[in-house]
Design a binder for this molecule. Sequence first.
Ligand SMILES: [Zn+2]
Length: 537
Amino acid sequence: MQETKYKALKYIRLSSADDLKNGESDSVANQRRLLDDYLKNHPEMEVVGEYVDDGVSGIVFDRPSFNAMMAIIQDGGANCILTKDLSRLGRDRIETGRYLRRIFPAFGVRFVAINDNIDTLNDSTDGLYISVKSIINDEYCRDISIKTRSALDVKRANGDYTGACPVYGYKKDETDRNKLVVDGYAAEIVRDIFRMKIDGYSSARIAKTLNERGVLSPMEYKKDRGLPHPKGGYADRNGAKWCPTTIIRILSDETYTGTLVQGRYGTPTYKLREIVQRPEDEWHRIENAHEAIIQRHNFDLAKKIMRLDTRTAPKGDKVYLFSGILICGCCGNRMTRKTVPYKGENYYYYWCPTGKKNGCTDSVMIKERDLIDCVLGNIKAHIVNIASLETLIAGIDATSIARGLADRLTEQIAENERRLDKIRGYKASLFENMMNGNLTKEEHRALKDKYSQDAEMLITANAQLRNEAEAVLSCRHERMAWTGHFTKFESLDTIDRRTVIHLIHSIRVLGKNEIEISFNYQLEYENAVELFTKEAA
Ligand SMILES: [Zn+2]
């Protein structure tokens, strides 16, 4: 038989309310059974004592039995601690880390957390660090999932589709009813709709075009294919055609970008039966939940065009080349197009409708033809700039850029961690303060809630930052992707509405011969220029 080397102490902690939030409910008996089973296979350990803290929070370390156990250790009465998992030892990770890396080694204590596979006898310092870290990460995941309110919400958080009737263009996956897959035919129609919108069609004209082509409306299509569709009501009447409302609904639906948006509607309280639209920031939004039909920037573009349309041509069929983009340099109003017939020919001008009476003292009337020439020349010059910038930046070591970006994110993560530790410290002292009578129960609860909220916010922020940092390092981010937006217009020789909308944010008319063009992706452009000048310096 192997010689006994370790004088072991069993440590058992029964979960308090703090832990129960995390869904734990280990009885003392269960923990003891687990420890005893483990001991059967470890004859090198001899049990010299058992310590139980019943219902004491894992956040504070000042627990009666724990203190008694540490006193034995300090007296040299034992040199091994056995526990079910790391969180039995403590939930405050700073303190836990201090025990693991400083105190236990200082007293020559072997520490074993069975379910976390931690045994300081086997673990090198680095190995220990990694296993501790992974447990902390698990805890983050748990923390985040606690926030979800119901089983349905949990499903949504996973990116599962919970609705009964998928939006036009998608259908439910045959093998996984919780996933959306692209419906080839309908998806093509959706792409047509976005294409037409970007090319300057009004929603009414898109609807008319589809009806003329004999394309079935979403409702009729779903009925025709035997797909699930909402029953009853106005929409269910036979022979429903495409109408502008349907077009607008499709153009506004983020689902087409691959983002799953759910929980848009709900009942405000359990007492009310009616279903209302929830505020947008309460929607469940999960990116890349399914295959995209429309690229993000095209979706944004269509959205921008719709916004411009409502201000320029709410009912009309045609949107003019510069509608909504041309701004009066004097008063800031949007300029309007007008036709001037002269000797049997039509000339087109843009002018400011504000008028002198309403404060536009210095408005300019500008010829569309002149504007087109000027804008075209400027676009071409801008594209040349971007193309050469792209080449220059391609020469810079991409890894060093990614490293720099990731470092900045990591710094923010560390900063948030520091704040988080502080908050946890405050939280721990609250408990003591209530025990000492410095705080009433109500004050304790109110402060605790506040600290919990702050901590939750930081945890969420850090989870996001970590994803970002990881993406940056694996170069999944497309740093210069926006340049393609311009360079694809390289061989441009005329401009149409689509080009204008794609490339230009706004044009201010300052004088007959003076305009100021603000391009899309201006910020990205300036960042790239800055990046290059820094690298070149
Ligand atoms: Zn004006």
